[in-house]
Design a binder for this molecule. Structure first.
Ligand SMILES: [Zn+2]
Length: 380
């Protein structure tokens, strides 16, 4: 175990002098071991600026407050409000939710997981490798996707076929699917010759990085150290293929494969390969399910009712157009096929919310254009 950074941190906290060579040793070791982590880089820079890391010990089970516990009793409901849950858990939604789901589904016992290692793994995922400064790709998004994934895994068709291995894999993939997201897209990384783009040969650059970051944390935490080498390798490679499926630029590839299976009616969930494919599709759905949520709808309506300036007005029109395109070309086609696969109340509810969301965005655009026509200030 490499403990130099912790030693330096302790020295720093206690006001003890830290030598230049210690810092150099720490940095070179960290560079080797934590080469790929943006967030850890930021943490180390915070440390050198004299800002100490947040203490994470308060996330123990007994410290959940009553309301958060109540919410967890309904964690399988589609209207679960992840933002409220995040506030109630003091910003620990991802750790609290994932730990609860693994425990509640008997996976900790089934796989003989060490609770301390599991907590350590989840805390590292949430606090070190998700960037809280990212407006979207942060730990709350990961918690939201994990909760959605759980809802899909509970659907009757899946629930009766999935093995504990599938459920463990699905939940860990969801929790880690955007790990160490730098807050920029693949094009930016390629255009700026970022080392990640070079490393992953300009292909699924972010998703490859999320997967590799997840593998790094799994190994560092030793969560699966008691499994055989073969099982660990199997877990890591399956985790990779599920996370890589979230590359939105490959959506058509997955969708046409899904359609072909549904047209032929040949999906057989006794087949491990088919179950794995469904886990990939489920994570793809969970990742872009925001327009299927009720809170997304409330958010759109709130934005529609805001009295905003012409500049924001134009911004809001751009956002509305982007959202309508996103829903039309990515969300609806995916959820229509998912509803063909699993035609349940949840699927129909999600499709209903997508329709309402799209209509709200369109209504917002129409309102903007009619107010522009009525306002002579726009005639220039
Ligand atoms: Zn995501």
């Amino acid at each position: 175990m490499f403990e130099v950074p912790r030693l330096l941190q302790l020295k720093h906290m206690q006001g003890l002098p830290v030598s230049h060579s210690e810092i150099e040793l720490s940095l070179s070791a960290r560079n080797i071991r934590r080469l790929l982590s943006f967030q850890r880089y930021l943490r180390s820079s915070r440390f050198f600026r004299g800002v100490t890391a947040q203490n994470s010990l308060y996330i123990l089970d007994d410290d959940y407050n009553g309301q958060a516990k109540c919410m967890l009793e309904k964690v399988g409901n589609w209207n679960f409000d992840i933002f409220l849950f995040d506030r109630l858990t003091n910003g620990n939604s991802l750790v609290s939710l994932t730990f609860h789901l693994l425990s509640h589904n008997g996976l900790i016992d089934h796989f003989h997981l060490d609770m301390v290692k599991l907590r350590r793994f989840l805390v590292m995922v949430q606090e070190e490798d998700y960037h809280s400064q990212n407006p979207y790709h942060n730990a709350v998004h990961a918690a939201d996707v994990t909760q959605a994934m759980y809802c899909y895994l509970r659907e009757p068709k899946l629930a009766k076929s999935l093995t504990p291995w599938d459920i463990l894999l699905g939940l860990i993939a969801a929790a880690t699917h955007d790990l160490d997201h730098p807050g920029v897209n693949q094009s930016f990384l390629i255009n700026t010759n970022h080392y990640l783009a070079t490393l992953y040969k300009n292909t699924s650059v972010l998703e490859n990085h999320h997967w590799r970051s997840a593998v790094g944390l799994l190994r560092e935490s030793g969560l699966f150290a008691h499994l055989t080498l073969e099982e660990r390798q199997h877990m890591e490679s399956q985790l990779g293929s599920i996370i890589l499926a979230t590359d939105i630029s490959r959506q058509n590839e997955y969708l046409s494969q899904f359609r072909t299976h549904l047209d032929r009616g040949d999906l057989c969930l006794e087949n491990a390969g088919h179950r794995h494919f469904i886990l990939q599709m489920a994570l793809k759905c969970a990742d872009i399910c925001n327009p299927c949520r009720t809170w997304e709808l409330r958010d759109v309506e709130r934005k529609c009712n805001l009295d905003i300036s012409p500049l924001c007005d134009r911004n809001s029109s751009n956002i509305a157009n982007i959202q309508i395109g996103f829903i039309t070309y990515l969300v609806e086609p995916l959820f229509v096929e998912w509803a063909r696969f699993s035609n349940t109340r949840l699927s129909q509810t999600m499709l209903g919310h997508v329709g309402l969301n799209k209509a709200s965005w369109k209504g917002m655009l129409q309102e903007r254009s009619s107010s522009e026509e009525a306002d002579p200030a726009f005639d220039d």
